[in-house]
Design a protein. Sequence first.
Length: 309
Amino acid sequence: MCRFACVALMLIHIQFFCSTNTASSKTYHVYFLGGQSNMDGYGYTKDLPADLKQPIPDVMIFHANPSPDGVAVDGRGIWSQLKPGHGAGFKSDGKANVYSNRFGAELTFAKTLKELAPNQNVALIKISRGGTSLAIEAAGNFGCWDPDYEKGTGEGKGINQYDHFLAGMKRALQTRDIDQDGESDTLVPAGIVWMQGESDAVYAEEIARAYEANLKRLMDLIRATMYADDLPVVIGRISDSGNHPDGKVWKHGEIVRAAQASFVKKDKRAALVTSTDDYGYSDRWHYNSVGYLDLGKKFAQALWNLPQE
């Protein structure tokens, strides 16, 4: 019951922001970035080109503090100008950010969007956690995005990644002046970027075969939370480094890949980024810096090329 109340409250927030406008306020196009560790990002900031080592103008980000399941609901974060350090190891206490030496797809995603539409202001909401699954049976010790997944005790009982997502979205969207210029801003939902599926591909075949239905359910929920049931969605196709004695890190990866493709085929407002097959790896699970630079660019291009209606 609490989850549905939270969703309703957030819809009110978004509706308010989308209708608020003053002569001097800014309009920001809002993109949600979510998933597991390849959305967290394992690129090294030392590998960034010079133009990405600086804050990106007219791009704000709310990066919610990554939290496990079974703890008190989190979602802490602050709006700040996008700069390197929003990769694995990033933390926030809701008052200040602690940046890491890693980056993900967010930098080139925002940069490419700005190149495609120079006059648009961009706002990113990033909520991700490494190892998390869609299927309850694949949660392991990392966490699960299924709203019905229950774990923990006390005030953390029943808290999962979806609960942390709702809390993060609420915190992000109830901030009226995200760029701290003294004027309320208008936030317009613009797209969803999802990079996840590896954890659902490592256990049993039936878990992998449930991925399409689980993905559709979650994307529908996120779209509803962002008050747009036809909001564009871009999915990053999972890939495999092959760095495993059995030849595959993700035993049922092909099933999940097929599920991702099927979801996109059935949804006219969704696209699949497949360039991940060409990326190098920094370890058996994560892309290298060059891969993340390309991934963000491909995400932005895929969103841009989706039909507008």
